[in-house]
Design a binder for this molecule. Structure first.
Ligand code: MV4
Length: 484
């Protein structure tokens, strides 16, 4: 119902006391002032705990859902209520949108927070929430859809005057059409899946001779992985950094940034370390990148928390939009430690129709850095290391934050990602943050499973990293392999 149809009721002369109240209700719904009281957390692990913490702070009741494999997971104990939604495989539990909607209705929830992964960037699920009068704590389905198609996202950015990597306007399933586009873009080119994101299924093509074979591989892999063989092309940059900007939008064209994060330490497109601010941006470039991110966020009337990703070329200080993530990200605590803003709290505030809490980004306080503690063995090419955590003694202290769902005796299920927790450290400046991190990581005791802690300690001892000299190729070498 829109304001116009409220007007229609009036012109029809049917304005009684009841319809007056009715109109007021519709006007409130229109402005988004729906009051959220009870929220279902459609996730597991550390992010489920993180969201429950923010819910409590906002005075919301919480309903946790879990698979059979997560029956001993602390997010069940932290919530007011917990419901088992199915067996271990995510397709039969955390990815089963219909069951989750059903549980939300049955338990009287008026909102669903999807966390990251699983249903967080599923436009159909966001629509399903809307159809059931449940507030999806995230952007409109349409924003998810635009940004879910990476070629479409590039077009949106271009239209709004945000620089994109030189590349194809369209995506392709036909190798001959794509080859023509590749000639226009110029070699080397990078093939990316339209529905992929996060760098999965990318292929570098050095010259026209190998193009067709690589394209066939890329489109087949994209079809198998994402159910969509559409592939688009970008000029390949061999020595770049990954800079991403945290944004918040009110859904009505207003938006604010919360500075950038530098995520250049990745292995096979899995981020391992993220920090803010970026050690290599000067103030003018920072202002330009963050300004571009805000322009995009405003331009699509984005609602909620989002991240605008850029490639940054230190050689000429060029920056290029690559994609936008329409969710709260794993690494959001880096920005929280830097700015003092509770980003999940802001998500709830916006979902509740209260708009943005501030008009300008809060001043950064020192430097923040996050280390992902995964149950993976860095000594054996980061192989997953599931099992029982026989000992878990994390460091504590001022400026040290641990987001984790792990406890001594916890069994790491093999069905989901291997994230045990995130250690986030704040320092007065980058050097201070690195010293504190080194000390914190060296007294972090974990037994029973292999973890990425030794990798992080070695990284902190690396002079290139200490000096901030990290770019794509160096990182992948350090991480022990990877494509692109
Ligand atoms: C690129 C690139 C070079 N050229 N795009 C995109 C998603 C992210 N996970 C990696 N991505 C890249 N996109 C073009 N046109 C190189 C990478 C890349 C990368 C970027 C920053 C830091 C580490 C990286 C590791 C591999 C690939």
């Amino acid at each position: 119902m829109s304001a116009t149809s409220v007007g229609v009721i009036v012109t029809l002369g049917s304005l009684s006391w009841y319809s007056f109240v009715y109109c007021l209700e519709f006007t409130e719904a229109e402005t988004g002032k729906i009051t959220v009281k009870r929220v279902l957390i459609a996730n597991r692990g550390e992010i489920a705990l993180r969201v429950i913490r923010a819910s409590r702070r906002a005075g919301l009741e919480t309903v946790a859902v879990h698979s059979e494999a997560d029956a001993n997971s602390p997010h069940l104990w932290a919530a007011d209520q917990a419901v088992c939604i199915g067996p271990a495989p995510a397709l039969q539990s955390y990815l089963d949108g219909n069951t989750i909607l059903h549980v939300a209705k049955a338990t009287g929830c008026d909102a669903i927070h999807p966390g990251y992964g699983f249903l967080a960037e599923n436009a159909d699920f966001a629509l399903g929430c809307e159809a059931n009068d449940i507030s999806f704590v995230g952007p409109a389905a349409e924003s998810i859809e635009i940004m879910g198609d990476k070629a479409e996202a590039r077009r949106a950015a271009t239209r709004l005057g945000v620089p994109v990597v030189p590349g194809s306007e369209d995506s392709f399933t036909d190798a001959t059409d794509a080859a023509d586009a590749a000639q226009a873009v110029g070699f080397p080119v990078l093939l990316k899946a339209r529905s992929g994101g996060g760098g999965r299924g990318m292929r570098v093509v050095e010259d026209p001779a190998t193009f067709e074979g690589m394209f066939q591989q890329a489109t087949a892999e994209a079809a198998a992985a994402f159910g969509d063989g559409g592939v688009y092309l970008e000029r390949y940059f061999s020595r770049v950094r990954h800079i991403e900007v945290q944004v918040l939008g009110d859904g009505c064209g207003d938006a604010v940034h919360l500075w950038e994060r530098d995520c250049s330490i990745q292995r096979r497109h899995q981020k391992l370390v993220e920090e803010a601010l970026s050690p290599i941006l000067d103030d003018a470039t920072r202002e330009a990148i963050c300004g571009s991110a805000v322009k995009l966020t405003k331009g699509i009337n984005y609602r909620g928390a989002g991240t605008v990703e850029f490639l940054y070329d230190p050689a000429d200080k060029g920056f290029y939009f690559i994609e936008m993530n329409t969710r709260i990200q794993v690494e959001h605590p880096v920005t929280e430690m830097l700015t003092g803003v509770d980003l999940v709290g802001e998500q709830f505030r916006i979902a509740d129709g209260q708009g943005l809490a501030f008009q300008a980004p809060p001043a950064p306080s020192g430097h923040a850095i996050e280390f992902r503690i995964n149950a993976e063995d860095p000594a054996s090419s980061f192989q997953p290391s599931p099992g029982r955590v026989a000992n878990w003694r994390p460091p504590t202290g001022v400026d040290i934050r641990l987001d984790s769902h792990v406890y001594r005796g916890y069994e790491v299920p093999s069905f989901y990602d291997s994230l045990l927790g995130k250690l986030i450290v704040r320092g007065d400046d980058r050097a201070d943050a690195l010293v504190k991190s080194r000390l914190a990581l060296s007294r972090f005791q974990v037994d029973g499973v292999a973890t990425t802690i030794p990798f992080h300690i070695a990284l902190l001892d690396d002079t290139d990293f200490q000096e901030g000299n990290i770019h794509t190729s160096g990182v992948e070498a350090r991480g022990g392999g990877g494509s692109a």
